[in-house]
Design a protein around this ligand. Structure first.
Ligand code: AVJ
Length: 330
């Protein structure tokens, strides 16, 4: 593959991904209530299903954020100043969002280096080959790593102002304590004056939120069931996905969508590589995901607790979603 404008850095992971998957599946299915972590949705099949979700009419999040970036990308890109800067993205995406930040900067003859950080080298390859065709003048340096070591590497090796992107309401899969710890880590990887642009899904009409996770084509159900298929593929499990039903609901107490896979009957599942059998009662559930929906007050609290100040908020026309720009104070 031609990657003239790119180089790629692979940072050794903290842990082997298959070992982590094994340990988490074993722990989660041994618990009561059972759970599986949503970070494991994204194998190759799951990433394809997620891309389909982003194109569903019910899944408003992606289109809202695209509307914001199309309308306000130039303004957001100007908040970092007019000097050359580093644009770091946590999670690689497919480039369709970030070009609305990159294009206006290049059009104004400003220079930037784009550094996507992602665990998936193949996702980064696809992204960088798209960007090299789309913007041949752009410097791209992809970093294959977990977010934390990626951010530490950037702090240790790069000069100049830095803008970090964390889009798509990906923070929403973390609980409050995890989110605070994660955001603090991001802030520690930056210096005063640097910016974090964070995309967050806002609280809104409950039916609208619920529909986004209950699409009429059943893609979101498949996305969840793929977790069971992945256990079958990678760990030698014998889950029958037809014997589980996807269920998701808005929880007004926690303020987010909770998703589950519910066993339709009494059954036992054997997972070869764990040498273990897991019993399910009829209607027993596996908790698969929390997708948090934010209030404005909660966003202010999160920013302040992590040591940022809010510089600006950019909304779509319906105020369903926000790209909030946070600055590291002097
Ligand atoms: C990628 C975590 C933001 O929670 O909305 C989409 C994943 N789950 N449909 C979300 C997801 C079900 C998504 N995030």
């Amino acid at each position: 593959m031609e990657r003239a404008c790119t180089d790629c850095l692979v940072l050794a992971g903290d842990q082997d991904e298959l070992e982590t998957f094994k340990a988490e599946v074993s722990a989660g299915l041994s618990c009561s209530p059972k759970w599986l972590h949503s970070r494991f949705f994204y194998d190759a099949a799951g990433s394809d299903l997620f891309r389909s979700i982003t194109r569903l009419p019910e899944y408003y999040l992606t289109n809202c954020e695209l509307e914001i970036l199309r309308k306000s990308g130039r303004k957001i890109g100007s908040l970092i100043g007019d000097k050359e800067f580093n644009l770091v993205e946590l999670g690689s995406g497919d480039g369709s969002k970030v070009i609305h930040l990159i294009d206006p900067v290049l059009a104004d003859n400003r220079r930037l280096t784009y550094l996507p950080i992602d665990l998936s080298e193949s996702a980064l390859d696809a992204l960088t080959s798209f960007l090299c065709r789309h913007s041949p003048n752009l410097n791209v340096r992809c970093i294959v790593a977990e977010y934390s070591p990626g951010l530490r590497w950037i702090k240790a090796h790069l000069e100049g102002p830095t803008m970090v992107l964390f889009l798509g309401s990906n923070l929403g899969n973390l609980d409050h304590a995890q989110a605070e710890a994660f955001l603090t880590e991001v802030r520690e990887g930056l210096v005063p004056g640097d910016l974090l642009v964070i995309g967050l899904d806002l609280r809104k009409d409950i039916d609208t939120m619920v529909r986004a996770y209950n699409d009429s084509n059943g893609v979101t159900a498949e996305f969840n069931l793929n977790l069971l298929r992945r256990i079958n593929r990678e760990l030698g499990g014998n889950f029958d996905p037809d014997k589980f039903r996807y269920y998701s609901t808005y929880n007004p107490r926690s303020g987010g969508i909770d998703s589950y896979l519910t066993s339709l009957c009494r059954q036992s599942v054997f997972i070869r590589d764990l040498c273990a059998t897991f019993d399910f009662q009829p209607w027993e559930s596996i908790y698969t995901e929390h997708s948090h929906k934010y209030s404005e007050a909660e966003i202010r609290r999160l920013a302040n607790q992590a040591g940022f100040v809010i510089e600006a908020n950019f909304y779509d026309s319906r105020k369903y979603f926000v790209d909030s720009v946070w600055r590291v104070p002097e």
